[in-house]
Design a protein around this ligand. Sequence first.
Ligand code: OFO
Length: 169
Amino acid sequence: MLNKKLEVGLNKQINEELYSSYIYLSMCAYFESKNLSGFAKWMRMQSQEEYLHANKLYDYVIQKGGRVALTQIGTPKAEWKSVLEVFEDTLAHEKFISKCIDELVNLAHEEKDHATTNFLQWYVSEQVEEEANATKIVDDLKMVGENNYGIFMLDRELGQRKAEAADAE
Ligand code: OFO
């Protein structure tokens, strides 16, 4: 049976992951509106990954005999001043998610729930990758600055993103 405090925490994280999915889908729509199809594709895939992150938590709660409780998802931001601002928001959001995961791990430790501690390690590693990816894109965008050709090339590069293997999202 799933510890009650962890059931609440994991359900909260399901909401955070679904909200992440919603944020990135909104960023995708923004890029589509600017005809930046490569950035849009990257964001669409990011959104789909977040949906899978939510579902992984969802399945775990059920597997442990807990009850999934879905709650309202916030309205995501819809407008940005630049491509750089979108990715700065992405990085800030991923740092926030890393903090949420760390707090959940702390709770699992406090409650001596080793199975959940172990389960959450996947998210701990994933966040290292998520922050590194966003940091790299922010750095690249800072390097090209206002240069349209640079933005064009980055749009093409990010449009090459491939879906990760089903188990490794
Ligand atoms: Fe963006 O990462 Fe989920 O967990």
